[in-house]
Design a protein around this ligand. Sequence first.
Ligand SMILES: [Fe+2]
Length: 441
Amino acid sequence: MTQTVLIENNEELNKVYALNLEAYTNTNIIKRQNAADTIELLSILPNIDLIITNSTIEEETTALMLATYIEKNKLDIPIIITGQCSDLKGKYPILPIGVKWQELAQNVAKVMGISSEQLKVKIMPEYFPISIKYFYEVKLSPCDLYIRIKKADQYNYIKRLHMNDHFTKENIQEYENNGLRHFYVEQKNKDAFTTFMTNKLIEKLENKNLPIAQRLQSNAAAYDLIKEKIKVVGLDEQTIDLANASIESMVIAVKQSPKLAELLRDLLSNKVSFAYQKAHFLTVIGDFILSKQSWYQQKHLDLFTFCAFFSDISLDTKEQMLISTTEQLKNSNLSEQEKSQVCNHAKESAKICAEHPDFTTYLNMIITQHHGNMEGIGFELDHEDELHPISKVFIIADQFVTHILNPSLPTDKKVIIKELRSMYPQSSFQKIISLLEKKMN
Ligand SMILES: [Fe+2]
């Protein structure tokens, strides 16, 4: 570790410089008051690596005195000066008085032979955005939270909430009302944050007395977290635990579902993501149709919920999730890559679920067939007679829900039912549509 003498008569700056230079440039700071006590130190420690000094301390021309001493004694010690010092201009770096510690650290790094890239990584650790919606689910954070502010052409991260600081839903709402969409955590804390959030959500979802509106919000937060985790690591053990708690919680919510209008009011809140709105609404509609079958049992609701939860998990955007016909896909403004993702999503979602220990061939079949294609590619119905009865219920429920959630399509339920009847003229589908029609009356 290198050794640096620091002479800075502003107490606050002195602390900030010492703390950050030690942290980011790996140097040991030795504080001195003036030229005299520094020269005294140099007489016993002539191998000091660097001196950082104010140009003057009160009446003393500190920088000039030290430079003269170093030259006279042929010492090889660089100096960084803060404040005006025309006598030494061109000989040593001269920075403005009160210079920011980051800029000072960059100059120190140059002298110490630390590359600017290495320093950048140290001074500006990467930050990871976390959607503000998650913070409605907790009362504190296990690590410091930052907000990002754009200044000129660069982003600055400012610590806004400290680790373990308590906050309320109202506090978070205030941030959101002011336009904040994300808090940021340091990259090194990302995993700890995700684990914390996962555990808190599981704890919440397992509470049987959670009010329905809160349950929907917590389910949505869990769904979104799972979706993000899958993109990075796939379905790992932690994500599976959260998915299981979330699916069970969805089942509870569906069973105690209020009337459809009341459910929609809670579900269509802006705190619930579109992806979750669709999955939940789909489960409610699917369960209604299934419950009218003579063979209906609780296990059918469980497996339908699992499928609704995961069927679109491989899609990224609302625009993609709103597509449910080949025609819509062709006419969409999506990029070729996004279109291909939509086309293959049933197959891909089933692939993701393969990591789940409870993923049976039965579930695989329903997710793969959830748009009518046996291979899980595209939206064209094939081998209608080979489709599983639950897959057929899923196809109709999915079409209905996608249609009703699409703001650019007619929302009149009678019109939607009529369209479904013409899209699926086969008698097995017509029976399912008739059951759905009853629910709408
Ligand atoms: Fe889908």
